[in-house]
Design a protein around this ligand. Structure first.
Ligand SMILES: NC(=O)c1ccc[n+]([C@@H]2O[C@H](COP(=O)([O-])OP(=O)(O)OC[C@H]3O[C@@H](n4cnc5c(N)ncnc54)[C@H](OP(=O)(O)O)[C@@H]3O)[C@@H](O)[C@H]2O)c1
Length: 212
């Protein structure tokens, strides 16, 4: 991560950081989760976000704004059987966001968590492939896919871009749900006129990783 920040700094001033990397597994009942798997999960989903926030703060330029967006999940506030690691690590991301926002309430810094919605990525494909014995809600996620209710990654990226570039600083410390009507309206208004850019992003993504 340090190398990535060094490279970014060489390109210019860092004013925004998105902590997006995350894993879902282990998916298993609490009684059978291996401690090492839980630890590995937390190293990515929580320690990764902590280090991302720290590097953002250290790499920032004095007097310039800094926005950190931490990708959380609806599962951070809603329990799913089998997702003890994921639900609790994303809840920890929300709290890291709150604490960082409180510690840096300086008029320049904002730290926001986002539940981005249900997006058709490799993670969703993995969810649909989960053993029903370990994850009781698997049929619901298969149904969402079959009824066309999953977001395209490029559409989820529009909401992230709004959060990074345009969302009010009053959201600092909050968990923003991209599915909220108010948020969707703000994103739609902001992205008006930028449709061509998003269409390009969508085409680029489809070429990179055709959705199954
Ligand atoms: N998809 C959804 O419906 C959904 C819903 C709510 C929240 N989210 C959140 O959105 C974020 C992105 O998820 P996704 O759906 O795009 O999942 P994904 O398809 O599984 O992609 C996960 C990404 O995280 C990276 N990553 C995982 N472990 C890493 C590590 N230890 N170090 C560096 N990078 C690592 C992966 O990099 P590599 O490809 O190099 O492994 C990949 O780019 C996650 O935080 C996830 O929890 C997703």
């Amino acid at each position: 991560m340090q190398r990535a920040f060094d490279k970014a700094r060489a390109l210019g001033v860092i004013e925004a950081v998105v902590n997006n990397a995350g894993v879902l597994g282990p998916v298993a009942p609490i009684g059978s989760i291996a401690a090492d798997d839980f630890d590995r999960h937390f190293r990515t989903n929580v320690l990764g976000v902590l280090i991302g926030i720290q590097l953002a703060l250290r790499s920032r330029e004095a007097g310039r704004p800094l926005r950190v967006v931490n990708v959380s999940s609806g599962a951070s506030t809603r329990a799913f059987s089998g997702w003890a690691a994921y639900c609790s690590s994303k809840a920890a991301v929300n709290m890291l966001t709150q604490v960082a926002a409180r510690e840096h309430d300086d008029g320049e810094t904002s730290v926001i968590a986002v539940a981005p919605g249900i997006i058709e990525t490799a993670m969703q494909r993995a969810i649909r492939g989960t053993d029903r014995a370990h994850f009781a809600d698997v049929d619901r996620f298969v149904e969402l896919k079959n009824t066309g209710q999953l977001l395209h990654p490029a559409d989820a990226a529009v909401a992230l871009a709004w959060l990074v570039l345009a969302a009010p600083r009053s959201l600092s410390g909050k968990l923003v749900d991209a599915r909220d009507d108010e948020v969707q309206a703000a994103v739609a208004q902001w992205s008006r006129g930028r449709e061509q850019g998003w269409a390009k992003a969508r085409a680029w993504f489809d070429e990179l990783e055709p959705l199954g």
